[in-house]
Design a protein around this ligand. Structure first.
Ligand SMILES: Cc1cc2nc3c(=O)[nH]c(=O)nc-3n(C[C@H](O)[C@H](O)[C@H](O)COP(=O)(O)OP(=O)(O)OC[C@H]3O[C@@H](n4cnc5c(N)ncnc54)[C@H](O)[C@@H]3O)c2cc1C
Length: 223
């Protein structure tokens, strides 16, 4: 049984939740957990959440209006409360520090969560792999981990794409992800794409059109 240990806001509609989990076996960046909530009458709902840190059980949950589980995790759960959790789950959508290859991460909305675990795992491991993160949100206020991503970090290049509202003076007009947002250079990266289904499909198509090897494009759909 996991217990909520601390929480912190990421945006006005998202929170990071840190859990204590006895006998946690450890996990790889990119893996997720399944959280199961059971009501007093026995009704149960289960949802998946990505682990957003490489070294502890940390989830970042975006509130889906009228959602069954996410509003409860954000507003209903108090520090010390238990939660049924299974994991870590998934062995394909993972980044391993020993890989050493350059990496292109493409996040849409809360799809940043597992990709942030990869950014943090790279830092923790002192990996020399170059990472480029392209992160699409509706507005600057929707950016998770904003302070951390603003800090310059050698070998990490962060590009924000705003679909609805961009900061004053931002060169790129607001709009959906475009091929030009993915940058140039040879298409020899390990690619990880995560976000809503439509976003993931559009981004994966752009990578294929750029000549990336399909075997090195890994995707995770949040549905
Ligand atoms: C592998 C995996 C990892 C995931 N990791 C994360 C994560 O790290 N953080 C996170 O916040 N979510 C994550 N999700 C999504 C999460 O599992 C839930 O789907 C989400 O929290 C909504 O659940 P809910 O019970 O609140 O809403 P529901 O009661 O399931 O849905 C309510 C309504 O909202 C719509 N809806 C459902 N999900 C979304 C969505 N993501 N965006 C917009 N509308 C939606 C539904 O179609 C429905 O109409 C992940 C999903 C998968 C499959």
């Amino acid at each position: 049984m996991a217990r909520l240990a601390e929480t912190r806001p990421e945006t006005s509609t998202a929170r990071t939740l840190v859990f204590d989990v006895p006998d946690w076996p450890g996990h790889l960046a990119g893996q997720h957990v399944d959280v199961r909530l059971t009501a007093e009458d026995g009704y149960a709902a289960q949802r998946s959440y990505s682990l957003s840190a490489p070294d502890r059980v940390e989830l970042t949950v975006q509130r889906v209006p009228d959602g069954e589980v996410s509003p409860y995790l954000i507003d209903g759960l108090a520090v010390g409360d238990p939660v049924e959790m299974r994991g870590p789950v998934g062995g394909w959508f993972v980044w391993r520090p020993e890989s050493g290859r350059d990496v292109l991460l493409i996040a849409g909305g809360s799809g940043i969560a597992p990709l942030m675990a990869m950014v943090r795992a790279r830092r923790l491991a002192g990996s020399g792999a170059r990472f480029r993160l392209v992160y699409s949100t509706r507005t600057p206020e929707d950016v998770f981990y904003a302070d951390e991503l603003r800090r310059p970090e050698p070998g990490l290049d962060v590009t924000h794409v705003y679909t609805r509202v961009a900061p004053e003076g931002w060169a790129r007009p607001p709009g959906r992800l475009m091929p030009a947002d993915l940058g140039d250079g040879p298409p020899d990266h390990d690619c990880f794409v995560c976000g809503p289904t439509g976003f993931v499909e559009a981004a994966a198509d752009m990578l294929l059109a750029r000549g990336h090897d399909p075997r090195r494009i890994k995707t995770e759909r949040f549905g």
